[in-house]
Design a protein. Structure first.
Length: 323
């Protein structure tokens, strides 16, 4: 079995110069910890770094010990690092602010309806997820950051988000033609109250969806799956790897978190737990070690909270840089 000391860390990521590094996986596996430590590492190396969390149950503010909810906030204790934590309510308000008028213009151009339609559509399933990718795209194209580290929602939500974006793009290709048919059928019954050309708006939405997909599939986006050496986590990690590959996202590797080392197995409980873990470590190695890096992070004796603790984790993830 391959021990932690034998495994190369994430140092290779620096040579690839990605613009987005995303961490996904089962909830509770340590995605936020790994994401935050990675962001701290790149910031301390001099890269303008943004750490963003779209996890619906975020813990970024807790780990950073700094309130970063809803607004890109500079982390004063780490030069070059900013962070933002998005939650559902905030995303919906941002969506209404950016797209509410456009939605109203499209719908009201063929239906006699008031602005309450904005609130109605804002509550539709998937709107918050859809906007999260649009928000990420704005940050990506702003040029303000050398690297964006993305702490994603748990795997199921992230994959649903990517599939939603793909489906949205395909549907928009038909939306303009459908709009013309509906509009022509209702012209005699309704007033045109739109301030902008609805067909132009639909075209812009289609381009936005394409840009988001291009961003996610570009070779400057690198995905990592974070997992633990446990049956359910490893099973889901395999599914996530397969789905990311199908979607066209380049996979940087697997971060195997909370591994009990041989040194830590100094009592019967830890020795037993280590034997259980070894089976799943070997399972991942057998499946992927020849095609992608598997970086092991040991079970830590300290609480990962605050910049100092994150630097210690960064030293594990990027060993040659923190010797």
């Amino acid at each position: 079995m391959m021990e932690i000391s034998d495994v190369v860390g994430l140092n290779f990521v620096e040579k690839m110069t990605p613009r987005i590094v995303m961490f996904t996986g089962k909830g509770g596996t340590g995605k936020t910890t790994v994401s935050s430590a990675t962001a701290v590492h790149f910031a301390l190396k001099g890269h303008r770094t943004l750490l963003i969390s779209t996890d619906p149950s975020p813990s970024l503010s807790d780990i950073l010990e700094r309130d970063v909810k809803g607004k890109v906030t500079a982390i004063e204790t780490v030069p070059n690092l900013s962070a933002v934590e998005l939650d559902y309510d905030l995303v919906i308000e941002l969506w209404k602010e950016k797209y509410g008028d456009e939605v109203y213009d499209v719908v009201s151009s063929f239906l006699p309806i008031g602005r309450e339609i904005i609130e109605y559509i804002a509550g539709a399933p998937g709107i918050d997820q859809e906007f999260a990718l649009s928000y990420l795209l704005d940050l990506y194209t702003s040029g303000d950051y050398d690297i964006i580290v993305w702490d994603t929602a748990p795997a199921g939500g992230t994959l649903a988000l990517l599939n939603l974006q793909d489906t949205f793009y395909q549907h928009l290709g038909e939306a303009a033609r459908l709009y013309v048919k509906v509009r022509n059928a209702l012209t005699a019954l309704t007033m045109d109250r739109a301030k902008r050309d609805p067909l132009k708006i639909i075209g812009e939405w289609e381009q936005l969806a394409k840009d988001v997909l291009d961003m996610m599939r570009d070779d400057t986006t690198l995905g990592f799956v974070v997992t633990n050496p446990e049956a359910l986590c490893v099973s889901q990690a395999k599914r996530v790897v397969s789905n990311l590959e199908k979607f066209g996202i380049e996979i940087g590797g697997i971060v195997l978190n909370r591994v009990i080392t041989e040194d830590a197995a100094d009592n019967e409980f830890n020795r037993t737990r280590r034997e259980v873990q070894r089976k799943y470590v070997d399972e991942l190695n057998d499946a992927y070690i020849d095609v992608m890096p598997i970086v092991q992070v040991p079970m830590l004796s300290f609480e990962v909270k605050g910049v100092d603790a994150l630097q210690e984790v960064a030293g594990i993830l990027f060993p040659s840089n923190h010797a």
